[in-house]
Design a protein around this ligand. Structure first.
Ligand SMILES: Nc1ncnc2c1ncn2[C@@H]1O[C@H](COP(=O)(O)OP(=O)(O)OP(=O)(O)O)[C@@H](O)[C@H]1O
Ligand SMILES: [Mg+2]
Length: 356
């Protein structure tokens, strides 16, 4: 093989590596570099070959390269490390660099070979993954504590309201049993009390059950449940809610109904609690097998620039939308309200109810 042929092969090998690659002698002088390398340093090949790192890179970076070259030469082993370096626009980027010794036939180390790969996007993806994992862990422990709180609240309501009512009824019934031969007027008085306690209990029970899961969600469907929810918000807080659905004849799957209902519920709560909104517009459109829902409030507005990351309501909403194969976007600007846009794909199981 001629010397030239060898060089061409070396060139072909180096230039087909998409990452930066180089060969250096024992003094860290560049023997060969590939085109990816030249592109990054922005120099022609003749200004790199034979040069030391300090003639190619800024001093602080060159020092690192010299140190790592020496470590490889000294240990005779391959090293892998991650380093940060600004790109040509001054933006920091991350690189994974591998350096290894080159040995001659006698086994003596004559230089080093290096490859450096830009892993900025990979690191960003890893960071994002770590962040979302920790958010999910937080969400799951939050859900646990919410469940405990819910149980405590329900147990208290059952105990305080229904427990008391049943005790009152028992007292009335015992009285009636012991006074069966009293005058009908007196008996009627006690029975009337009994009926009114029973009436109140039915109302309480309905409220407790509806707070847990509105019955109309399963029986009358999503649209009715959202109507009930908005009426409730209006009664409780004076919030003015407008509702517009382009179709009300779709029987959504239970998962979709629950997910969308909870998203609307959290959005209304947030609009009131954080936005101090007075008006909320909820609109739903069905476009090509997709439910598109918008919840727009006229409150202070969620700040997009410093979109808060700590709230679990928004995380929960996002998770619900994702788990239904959909997406959610929460946007807003200070003093111009908040807009929650949800898209949920509908499947064959979402039958169209006919004849209604
Ligand atoms: N409609 C809104 N208007 C104004 N700010 C909002 C709105 N929705 C959310 N925010 C802001 O986003 C933050 C996060 O909301 P998120 O629902 O995730 O949490 P939270 O409501 O604070 O607590 P929770 O976990 O009980 O829901 C809120 O603290 C608030 O600052
Ligand atoms: Mg919230």
């Amino acid at each position: 093989m001629t010397g030239d042929g060898q060089q061409e092969r070396q060139r072909a090998l180096l230039d087909n590596i998409p990452d930066m690659a180089w060969l250096k002698d024992r003094k860290s002088r560049y023997l060969a570099v590939n085109s990816a390398y030249l592109k990054v340093v922005g120099l022609p090949e003749q200004e790199v070959i034979g040069k030391a790192p300090s003639e190619v890179w800024p001093p602080e970076i060159a020092n690192v390269y010299l140190r790592t070259d020496r470590a490889v030469l000294k240990s005779g082993r391959r090293r892998r490390y991650e380093e940060s370096r600004p790109d040509n626009n001054g933006e920091p980027r991350w690189f994974e660099t591998i350096k290894a010794p080159i040995r001659n036939e006698a086994g003596r180390i004559v230089g080093t070979v290096g490859i450096s790969r830009d892993i900025t996007e990979r690191r960003a993806a890893e960071d994002e993954l770590r962040r979302s994992r920790s958010q999910l862990r937080e969400l799951s422990s939050y859900l646990q504590s919410v469940r405990e709180e819910e149980r405590t609240r329900i147990s208290r309501e059952l105990h305080d309201e229904l427990g008391q009512a049943l005790t009152a009824m028992k007292i009335q019934l015992t009285w009636i049993r012991d006074h069966l031969f009293s005058s009908p007027d007196v008996l009627r008085l006690h029975i009337d009390r009994l009926v009114s306690v029973a009436d109140r209990s039915v109302t309480d029970l309905r409220r407790i059950a509806a707070d847990l899961r509105p019955i109309m969600l399963d029986e009358l469907g999503l649209v009715s449940a959202i109507k009930w929810l908005t009426q409730n918000s209006t009664e409780m807080s004076g919030l003015d809610v407008s509702l517009s659905f382009d179709r009300e004849d779709i029987a959504y799957s239970k998962d979709v109904s629950t997910g969308v209902f909870r998203i609307v519920q959290e959005s209304l709560t947030n609009a009131l609690r954080h936005g101090h909104a007075r008006q909320v517009d909820i609109s739903a459109r069905h476009v090509a097998d997709e439910l598109q829902l918008e919840i727009v409030d006229d409150g202070y507005g969620i700040d997009n620039v410093i979109l808060p990351r700590d709230g679990l309501g928004l995380v929960g909403m996002r998770e619900r939308a994702f788990s239904l194969g959909g997406s959610i976007d929460v946007s807003g600007a200070t003093h111009s309200g908040t807009r929650v846009s949800v898209r949920i794909p509908l499947h064959v199981s979402e039958e169209v109810r006919t004849g209604r």
